[in-house]
Design a protein. Sequence first.
Length: 310
Amino acid sequence: MVKSVVVSKANSYKNNNNTTMLLGLLSLLVGLWLLLYVIPGLLFSLFHTFLGNLILLLLLILVGSQNAPLALLLGVGVIIFYRFSLLKEGFTEDSTNQFLRLQQTVNPQLVYDMSNLAQQVSQSELDNYLQDGTWKWSEDVEDLYRESVKKNPYVRSNVELGDIEDASKIYNEKVMMGILALQNKEGQLLASGMTVLDVDKIERDGLGSYSMSSGLQPFNVGDSVIKCDGSQGMEQVKYVGQESTFATPLYEKSILKNEELEKVIPGFKFTSGVCNPCSGLDGDYSCPFTVDSFGGTSNVWKYLWGKISI
């Protein structure tokens, strides 16, 4: 009987060990999934910054002081995570490490997400950057940049953006065009929206519309802001009044169909057929449009839409 009890306890201990190992493997896989696909920025900051490396080292030392086998397993997991992070980035391991070491020297205040960078530049462009220390911009983009510096207070007052040589040390061409796009009226419409007044209601009340259009009077019931809901499409946020107890503003949100935009946004017109203008927020510049009140299309967006070559 004593022997059977011992065997039973041994089997129970073995089962517990198996369960523990399975839970550990599951935790490792879940952690890998989270870092690679849910929070990739954390993966980058752990492996490619000095502070992240220090945290990993101290974690291994702390675990090793309590449980050496577990520390060994954790070390293997760290190596696997690191290798996966390089694969996900899309560049060669040598160029990735060289780029990150260079950035710690020339741009220590910046943290680059290599997975995003791989979607913006090619391996050859990265190699050129490592050789010259600057991202290559086309002459068209350089001209658009100079034009923006002259007339745009945001670009002109930003020290990092004040000079092409300085700016190209940080921003590749795709990122810079995204910055310039958002500083023009077309980009501001997509990102920040346009206020659309309920002029018909104002006129019916006999109040006129100057106080609203001049900004002297806040939103009236029926006024709305139309802007992109991410890159999915335009959203209309309409002011419908105030909550009775605390006078909290109340808004009604609705997604607009692309076909409705020309009717809802004053002066808005598609120039190449109905499409989703918000795709421009994701770098897909295949939906050109005009707005009468803009006084013409900006050169930046003409270039992005392929209308002209500066």
